[in-house]
Design a protein around this ligand. Structure first.
Ligand code: CU
Length: 148
């Protein structure tokens, strides 16, 4: 009898994984928001997006942030510049990184309630898939995000 409970837990876990065909979905992991060095300047968000079927990330929204834009940083000569992206393709099997020096989300009009050490809810919109909400970790401006 003593082994019954662990065995049952394992079989339930397997049922959860394999009992039904996987619903198409996207996943967002490692979301981090960096606050601006000066209030009233935009902040930035980094994360990793994955998907079970080809899709595009078309936007991000938050109840605590006025406007969020998808951007890409690039070098132009010695200058780092950035351009807005209307949508970012996400392909199964290839995580799409939003990371320092490349793609990122620009956060305008961040509510004062968003503080370093806390979290902020971000909702990601993907073409043809359910939206994905995550609580991003909030950090002070620091290493890893020069340029904005
Ligand atoms: Cu930007």
């Amino acid at each position: 009898m003593r082994s019954l409970v662990p065995a049952l837990a394992v079989s339930l876990a397997l049922a959860a994984c394999h009992g039904a065909p996987e619903t198409p979905h996207a996943t967002v992991t490692g979301a981090v928001v960096t606050l601006p060095p000066i209030p009233d300047r935009p902040g930035v968000a980094y994360f990793m997006a994955e998907t079970t079927q080809p899709t595009r990330l078309t936007g991000i929204a938050s109840p605590a942030i006025g406007r969020i834009e998808l951007h890409e940083s690039m070098m132009q000569g010695n200058m780092s510049t950035m351009r807005p992206l209307a949508a970012v393709p996400v392909t199964p099997g290839t995580p799409t990184a939003f990371a320092p020096g490349g793609k990122h989300a620009m956060l305008y009009d961040i509510a004062p309630s968003v503080r370093a050490g806390g979290t902020v809810r971000l909702t990601f919109t993907f073409d043809g898939l359910p939206p994905v909400s995550v609580d991003a970790e909030v950090r002070d401006f620091g290493a890893g995000h020069a340029g904005h």
